[in-house]
Design a protein around this ligand. Structure first.
Ligand code: MN
Ligand code: MN
Length: 358
């Protein structure tokens, strides 16, 4: 029987007992990931005292400025997971190509993808960030992973989760049977089960979007946000709150805690990319968690978990949260454009975000 004093290890052992034939390798892998998260939490918590803040003065494969902690967290993930004989390779936000396991270690049967430090621009301002991970089965156990091996739809994930480094450190994960949260006891160095079977409220009055991109949004998103902003006197008939932390993990954790909807939709800001967030190590694991908690995750046009990836670092429009809100946004994407003038104005300037509705 799991209680508030159950550890992550105990939880994983109870889960494994449901599958008498399982080898326990998945548990070992999750615990290695958890160790990496503990190590990262410790570095983050020490902040400026250990000189880990600030920029690494390099640009990563994504064209983003790496923080020192991005580099450090990536190394911690690699070192914690390369030796155990559990994976055939790893894919990281910080590495252009899959990381191959050093020759001296055996290859296993899983693939691990991760964003070692999500929301790293929040570090210097002492705001929550996190790590995100996803575990897939390797199509070729025992053999070095190739890029194609990782290009599996999110429905194929075996387990996934995130660590959030906030006032307390937590791991929230699923192994395909609900979503569960564990809080780190820093004195014992153990994660304890503190939230069992996390479920999302079906409806909400809270949304999160970076409205500075409003002029690049598609009509469906403009309409949704306009209607939220119109509040009680608008078509929704209720007032909404807006939130924006600019850290996917922190946004997800809020949505999993009290409901809400998060949008980083496809927009016209950079037509060469389909969205901002990365499919394999951001959208897929978060979408799996959200669905397991009773919510919904979409590109606006397609269920995230059904998208067949074409590239390791593929980006995608990402909308998730309480089921009813996400269904509404999906409907707006598929609904015919109501104002014929919009067809002539692809930048839909007529329906700007903070337009005067008088
Ligand atoms: Mn990220
Ligand atoms: Mn990152």
């Amino acid at each position: 029987m799991l209680t508030e004093r159950s550890t992550l290890t105990q939880f994983l052992i109870e889960e494994r007992r449901r599958y008498p034939d399982s080898s326990g390798e998945l548990n070992s892998l999750i615990l290695d990931v958890a160790l990496a998260c503990k190590a990262i939490a410790k570095r983050i918590a020490s902040g400026a005292l250990t000189g880990v803040l600030g920029s690494a003065e390099v640009t990563n494969v994504q064209g983003e400025k790496q923080q020192k902690l991005d580099v450090l967290a990536n190394d911690i993930f690699l070192r914690a997971n390369e030796w155990g004989g559990l994976v055939t390779g790893m894919a990281s936000e910080e590495l252009e190509d899959p990381y191959l396991i050093p020759r001296k270690y055996p290859r296993g049967k899983y693939l691990l993808t991760f964003d070692p430090l999500d929301g790293s621009s929040n570090i210097d301002v002492n705001v929550s960030d996190g790590s995100i991970f996803s575990i897939l089965r390797s199509p070729t156990p025992g053999v070095d992973a190739k890029v194609e091996d990782f290009l599996q739809p999110g429905t194929e994930q075996v387990a996934c989760g995130y660590a959030i480094y906030g006032p307390s450190t937590m791991i929230v994960l699923t192994v395909g049977r609900g979503v569960h949260g564990f809080t780190l006891d820093p004195h014992l160095g153990e994660f304890f089960l503190t939230r069992q079977d996390i479920t999302l409220p079906e409806s909400t009055a809270e949304f999160a979007i970076n409205s500075s991109n409003g002029r690049f949004w598609e009509p469906a998103v403009v309409r949704y946000v306009d209607e939220c902003l119109a509040g009680k006197s608008g078509p929704r008939g209720k007032d909404f709150n807006m939130r924006w932390v600019a850290s996917l993990v922190a946004e997800t954790h809020r949505v999993l805690t009290r409901g809400g909807v998060f949008l980083y939709p496809r927009d016209s800001k950079d037509m060469s990319i389909e969205g901002r967030l990365r499919l394999l190590y951001e959208a897929n694991p978060i979408a799996f968690l959200i669905e397991q908690a009773g919510g919904r995750a979409t590109t606006g046009r397609e269920r995230i978990l059904d998208v067949k990836p074409s590239q390791l670092h593929q980006r995608i429009g990402f909308i998730f949260g309480s089921r009813q809100e996400v269904e509404r946004i999906e409907h707006y994407h598929s609904a015919p454009v109501e104002d014929p003038e919009e067809l002539d104005h692809p930048l839909y300037a007529l329906r700007g975000l903070f337009r005067d509705t008088a």
